[in-house]
Ligand binder design. Sequence first.
Ligand code: 5GP
Length: 125
Amino acid sequence: MPIDATKPYDESNIFARILRGELPCTKVYENEFALAFNDIKPAAPVHILVIPKGPYVSWDDFSARGSAEEIAGFVKAVGHVAREAGLVEPGYRLLANVGMNGGQEVPHLHVHIFGGAGLGPMLAR
Ligand code: 5GP
């Protein structure tokens, strides 16, 4: 079920539990502001999730409340992970679902990095 991205942050969400080390993940990269790990149900040959370490529900929440330092650290982590995965030359896609119409399932901001093959049209029609 997609979430309502205007709700307060829920400390019990799956990605908060991964950040606290309560649940495992296949870590790809970590810096002071972000953690990157493989999606449990990959939708492309490369499917990595990058999440901020702070408690932000969505892109909307992060862009409104995140500090300049957190935002810079997070954006740099996304770029770094894609470069390290060899995705720049063949190309890749970033996606951040927000709230109900965006189909966001986990109420902690995550940017999907998709790559490793041609990804087709931007949206299913
Ligand atoms: P959303 O639809 O919220 O943008 O995407 C949530 C993503 O999180 C999905 O692609 C889903 O496969 C992934 N996911 C959900 N639970 C887990 C988990 O426990 N571990 C990992 N690595 N990915 C998860």
